[in-house]
Design a protein around this ligand. Structure first.
Ligand SMILES: [Zn+2]
Length: 515
């Protein structure tokens, strides 16, 4: 453990004041607060920070109170109904940043700030896909949308069915890929062992010489599944688009009868620009930090209620509950709690990457003792910690008071994990990643990154419950004297990432540095 006492004690006066203000409502707590407070307010004693074990934290009460007056729906009224889609570097993104900043201030967080970073901003204009030659006629319009980070293109070529577009399938097709527009299913073959991200598929097709890329939805219905086509900071080298299930089926049927030539026309806007993460803290007694974050930006096709209005609402509500808890009890956590709403996630984890890079430059990234990422949140089902079985006992001790208070959480703690969300830059530096696993409404299945990602797909009470149990987990992480998880050494990071099964995609993205 590394305890470096902080040099400023901003919250002394607030703590004192709040003891008086809350005396009537919190009589049973008054004695404890006053006793704890004496130490805190004595300047001579301030140099020895003290934590509190989970069992002393009344986590069940904390979570129950958080849920009782949650503001998830009130915040959804603004975030989803008023602001809507939240695009990085566009006015809607700025509006979302300002809303988040205002809420963090309302809730009384310290150091509320917007942290700007540069990105390749992107917005769609137009897309069309037409069959120009085919042995068998393809009837009806093809429902096509551009993927992100794709420029403007007009290309005509033969269509090639490339299965799921995995490395093995592209390799098996060999030279046949050269000069074609590949048609691939979203997802990965059953039994493949891991999900294959669209960015990997675009990279594989490009390297094999394809001149275009079209992914097909695997769910019936009119939804066209989009997303960013590169994780790098550059646009794709080929046009990349997506079609709905039915359009894909008609093209595949035509392909089985002979050659199919198509014209793909994409028009998009792209510009180097800036967006900003929104951050706020509850200052601790040491400079170790527990961070909870989620991405504030969304795709443009709907309001991004599931992805990631849900996580944004959970981060906001956890911030509200914890700030109030500190204000009312006067308890200062051992470690700083940091709340982060990232921008630029959908275009390639820009915001969280920029944050981690800045922390590394200042050699502060080691100060992150744990990170919780909330991306697509529903009703909570349990806790976890990526590739960290050593966290099991800690998680059980956090779970027990929550279950006693009526929260349903699995006894087992997941040690699994993946990449492609805002915990990734932290994971790649060996920072402990904890998880709150949750269950979506059935009607939320497959709506991320589509026109159906609307408010009626989210479970607002479930999100509030996730925020409440997240707040309890964070409070435990911020106060436990000795956390079971330590940052991995450089060597350990490689071993653990391999264990998590993410070596392949990291290699393909050029992010693998362990050999
Ligand atoms: Zn997301």
């Amino acid at each position: 453990m590394r305890f470096r006492p902080v040099r400023f004690f901003h919250s002394e006066s607030r703590g004192l004041f709040m003891v008086h203000a809350s005396i009537v409502r919190l009589l049973p707590l008054v004695v404890a607060i006053t006793l704890a407070g004496c130490g805190d307010f004595d300047p001579d004693a301030a140099a020895t920070p003290e934590g509190r074990a989970i069992e002393e934290l009344a986590l069940g009460d904390l979570a129950t109170r958080a849920l009782a007056d949650h503001e998830v729906s009130a915040n959804a009224d603004v975030l989803l109904d008023e602001i809507g889609a939240r695009i990085s570097a566009l006015p809607s993104g700025q509006e979302a940043q300002d809303f988040a900043e205002e809420r963090f201030r309302d809730y009384g967080l310290d150091n509320v700030r917007q942290e700007p970073f540069e990105l390749l901003a992107w917005d769609r204009r137009d897309a069309s896909l037409t069959v120009t030659e085919s042995a068998e006629a393809v009837s009806g319009e093809l429902n096509v949308l551009s993927l992100g980070h794709v420029g403007s293109y007009e290309v005509e070529a033969l269509l090639l069915d490339a299965g799921y577009g995995t490395a093995e399938e592209i390799e098996a097709l060999g030279d046949a890929v050269e000069g074609t527009i590949v048609l691939v299913d979203v997802g990965s073959p059953s039994g493949y062992g891991r999900g294959v991200h669209r960015t990997e598929k675009v990279t594989l097709a490009t390297r094999a010489g394809a001149v275009g890329f079209i992914q097909v939805n695997d769910r019936e219905g009119p939804l066209v599944p989009i997303g960013v086509a590169t994780l790098g900071d550059e646009p794709t080298e080929i046009p990349a688009a997506a079609v709905d299930y039915d359009s894909g089926a008609r093209l595949t049927a035509a392909l089985s009868a002979g050659d199919v030539r198509v014209r793909l026309v994409l028009e998009n806007w792209m510009e180097r620009s800036t967006a900003a993460n929104v951050l706020g803290d509850i200052l601790g007694q040491t400079d170790e930090v527990i961070l909870v974050g989620g991405h504030l930006d969304s795709w443009d096709l709907a309001v991004g209620a599931v992805d990631n209005g849900s996580g944004t609402l959970a981060v906001l509500d956890a911030a509200r509950a914890l700030a109030r808890h500190v204000e009312e009890t006067g308890e200062q956590p051992l470690r700083t709690l940091r709340f982060a709403l990232w921008m630029g996630e959908e275009l390639g984890l820009y915001g969280s990457n920029a944050h981690v890079e800045a922390m590394m430059r200042e050699q502060l990234v080691d100060g992150y003792a744990a990170v919780l990422n909330l991306d697509v949140v529903g009703d909570p089902v349990g806790f976890g910690a990526m590739a960290r079985p050593e966290a099991a006992d800690f998680m059980s001790r956090v779970r027990a008071p929550l279950v006693a208070s009526g929260f349903e959480l699995d006894e087992d703690h997941s040690t699994g994990g993946g990449i492609y969300s805002d915990h990734q830059p932290f994971l790649l530096q060996g920072v402990p990643i904890v998880t709150v696993r949750s269950r979506q409404l059935p009607e939320a299945a497959g709506v991320s990154h589509t026109t159906a990602d609307t408010r009626d797909r989210i479970d607002e009470e479930g999100i509030a419950r996730s925020a409440a149990v997240s707040a309890a987990l964070l409070w435990a992480l911020a106060n436990e004297p000795e956390l079971p998880m330590e940052s991995w050494t450089e060597e350990e990071i490689g071993v653990k990432l391999e264990e998590l099964g993410v070596r392949d995609p990291l290699e393909r993205a050029g992010d693998w540095r362990w050999d």
